[in-house]
Structure formats: structure tokens, C-alpha cells
Ligand binder design. Structure first.
Ligand SMILES: [Mn+2]
Length: 412
């Protein structure tokens, strides 16, 4: 009986998107390869030894390959693309399932790479490609890369992650579809939490309500550890303990987002535990909401998140600093203690320079906040937003932000 109920419910949820087509991964590599003055060496993630987590591919490697098996290496030049795979380890495969090796007949077809070689060929291939190369691109701080690079010193070293971020920052249609899906499911998670919230519940119960929604939808993990903080916990920016009882008269800040089909989203709402903001909470809430609206209104191609006079960061700060006061009559700007936003994609904090001018196809968050420990009130409102040719599309816009609308839905 229980099983039937669950199945019925699942039948009502949206069907997963098609994911990223193999041809798109190949096209991404082709775009990147055109820009290279040498060889790029990338190391994929290894099988984790920590049993807390299953295998997840490193995101630059994933972006360029879609390859989901551990221990792989990739080399890219203008003329060549090679994937290196570890040999079969039958003992490991008993535990972790069958894997692909370079000598499997279908290795090239499965990977979409022109050439697939065994891991043992990495050094010789690198020396051959480095000989013809001006620059070597690798991810700074990757020890495996450093060891390999020592085989061909005297080359110009360049940051592979930076080069790849120029591509990653502009999302394709398929990527926008995936982020939209993660966001839709996350909005459903927030709404489920709102319905459940009541005084006396524990923060972890709200976190569990939310993660349950997206795991039931088949999302593979949280895009970041869920943050559910009430009262004094609401002022801690990355509070992840989620272990305190929530009481009437407090606000609860929920910064929770899913990762579905590899793509993240990032959504925060702050609501009253007993369904009604105090007048002080509402006053502060309106300041943060006003700042968010002012910043979102300024989102368009050419605008900048940071680094110039009229940046979105400055617009939000100026709004907060010119509206409302603390208990001592001081302005509120000093309580906005973090950046206004970041790129979102395969990573919740997707790579890219926040001083770059915005372009259509970028996905960002706008998340002003005010945190006043003295009053045990922390308020953050965060939406995931697509930059369009004319402005902004709130991908998480289906989740209410107006305080009156929120009050109508808490605990109901
Ligand atoms: Mn965020």
C-alpha cells in the first residue's frame, strides 16, 4: 500500500530532461581546442576512499567529456584529443562495478574521443605533445599534473581552469534546461518545507523534508550542504549543523538547493517559524527584498556583478545602507557581509571572473542579506537567475518572495 502511494506521487513529478548529448561534449572540446597554444592536461577524479560519498567526476573534466568513470586523464591540443583510461581491475570491479578500459573494443565509441589509450601511455604521449607545444595548460595545485609537467619543463604554464571557465560561464540551451529542472525541483522542496514548518520542530527536520523532495525526484545530491538556521543560527552564513529547535518568534533561513543531472541551483528564503513576521523582522526583510529587486532590475548584458562603480554589488549595498537602521541608529550596510552572487552551473559556485560583463546565457545568483547577531535575525533572499538578451529571468521565480505571500503559506 505504502509502495503504491509513493509510485502515484512519483508519477506526478516532472520527467527528467534528456541531459547533455554526447555531441555537445565533443563540441565543447572542439571550441576549447581552437584556442590552445599547446597541450592541455586534465586529471579526472579518482574513486573516493571515503565511504561517505559515491564517485563524482571533477567538473572541468565532466564539462569537457561527460566521462563518469574514475582515474581518467585527458590531453587536448589543436590537432588531437586523447582520453587515457586505467586498466581493468577485476577485484575493484567486484566492489564498484564494471569499468571501461582502453583495450575494450567499444572504448572510443563510449567515450566519444578520437583516441583512447591506456593510462600507461600518459608520460610518453605527454612528452610527444609537449615537444610540439609552446604552452602547457593544467589545473594549478593538481599534484598529479605537477609530476607530469616536470617531464617537460621550460614551457609556459597556463591555468587550464581559467581557459575552460570562459566556456563554462555561458550556458548552452541544454544546460539551461538542466539548471531549470534542478531549480524547479528545489522550489518544490522549499514549498514542502514551508508547509511543514511549525514552532518546536528541529532544523534538521526541515532539511530532511527538503532533501527528501529532491532525492525522490532522482536528483543525485545536494548542490551544497543544506543550511537551515533559525533565530541565532540564521546569522551564521554557512550554518550546516541544522540541530537546533525552532521557536515561535524566530525567523528560519533556508539555503538549500539540489544537484540534478550534474547541474546545481542555489535558492534561499527566510520565513517566520510561526507564520507571522514580527514588525522588526518584516522591516529588515523588506530592506533585503528591496535590495534584491534593485539588483535584479539592473541585470542585463554589459552590467557587472563587481568591480565597477555601478556594479550590482554596489547597487544592493547602497540600497541596504540607505534603508533601515540597527538598534543603535546605525545604517545596515555593515551587516551585508558577503558577495551579492556568483555563477551557477555544474558547480554551485561555478568558475568565472565576477568582474566580467554579464552576457546572455550566464546563470548567476542574486543574494543580498542582512545578519544582525544582536537581534538574532539573519535574512537572505537568493534566486538563481538567467541573464537574457534584455535582462533577467528568475529561474526560481515560482517561489514567493513577498512577505505577505510567505505568511499565507507557512504551516499550511
Ligand atoms: Mn549562493
Amino acid at each position: 500500500m505504502v509502495r503504491r502511494v509513493v509510485c502515484l506521487w512519483l508519477a506526478l513529478v516532472p520527467v527528467f530532461g534528456a541531459g547533455i548529448a554526447p555531441s555537445e561534449y565533443k563540441q565543447r572540446r572542439a571550441e576549447l581546442r581552437k584556442t590552445l597554444d599547446g597541450v592541455m592536461v586534465l586529471f579526472g577524479a579518482d574513486e573516493p576512499e571515503d565511504l561517505h560519498t559515491s564517485f563524482f567526476q571533477e567538473t572541468n573534466f565532466l564539462y569537457l567529456s561527460g566521462w563518469r568513470e574514475p582515474g581518467a586523464v585527458m590531453m587536448l591540443t589543436r590537432d588531437e584529443e586523447i582520453l587515457f583510461l586505467p586498466p581493468h581491475d577485476r577485484q575493484m570491479e567486484i566492489f564498484n562495478g564494471p569499468k571501461t578500459a582502453a583495450d575494450d573494443a567499444d572504448a572510443a565509441e563510449r567515450s566519444g574521443f578520437d583516441k583512447v589509450l591506456p593510462l600507461s601511455a600518459v608520460e610518453s604521449a605527454y612528452q610527444r605533445l609537449a615537444e610540439k607545444s609552446r604552452d602547457i595548460y593544467s589545473v594549478p595545485g593538481d599534484l598529479r599534473a605537477q609530476k607530469l609537467l616536470a617531464l617537460a619543463p621550460l614551457h609556459e604554464q597556463r591555468d587550464a581552469a581559467k581557459e575552460i571557465s570562459r566556456l563554462r560561464v555561458i550556458k548552452s540551451e541544454a544546460e539551461i534546461e538542466q539548471i531549470t529542472e534542478s531549480t524547479d525541483i528545489t522550489v518544490a522542496a522549499h514549498l514542502a518545507a514551508w508547509k511543514a514548518i511549525k514552532a518546536g520542530m528541529y532544523e534538521y527536520q526541515i532539511a530532511a523534508t527538503m532533501t527528501n523532495v529532491y532525492f525522490q525526484h532522482g536528483c543525485e545530491r545536494s548542490a551544497y550542504a543544506p543550511i537551515v538556521g533559525a533565530g541565532p543560527d540564521s546569522v551564521i552564513l554557512h550554518y550546516m549543523t541544522n540541530h537546533r529547535r525552532m521557536d515561535a518568534g524566530e525567523v528560519v533561513l533556508m539555503d538549500v538547493g539540489a544537484e540534478c543531472s550534474d547541474y546545481a541551483t542555489d535558492v534561499t528564503r527566510t520565513v517566520p517559524v510561526n507564520g507571522k513576521f514580527t514588525s522588526r523582522q518584516r522591516e529588515l526583510y523588506e530592506v533585503v527584498l528591496g535590495a534584491q529587486k534593485a539588483a535584479i532590475a539592473a541585470v542585463k548584458p554589459g552590467a557587472r556583478m563587481r568591480g565597477e562603480k555601478n556594479s550590482l554589488q554596489q547597487i544592493a549595498y547602497d540600497y541596504i545602507n540607505s534603508h533601515g537602521k540597527d538598534l543603535h541608529g546605525d545604517t545596515l550596510g555593515k551587516y551585508f557581509t558577503h558577495g551579492l552572487g556568483h555563477y551557477v552551473g555544474l558547480d554551485v559556485h561555478d568558475p568565472g571572473d565576477l568582474t566580467w560583463p554579464l552576457e546572455a546565457g550566464m546563470v548567476i545568483t542574486i543574494e543580498p542579506g542582512v545578519y544582525i547577531p544582536e537581534e538574532n535575525i539573519g535574512i537572505r533572499i537568493e534566486d538563481t537567475i538567467l541573464v537574457t538578451p534584455n535582462g533577467a529571468k528568475l529561474l526560481s521565480g515560482a517561489l514567493p518572495r513577498e512577505p505577505g505571500e510567505i505568511e499565507k503559506r507557512i504551516g499550511k
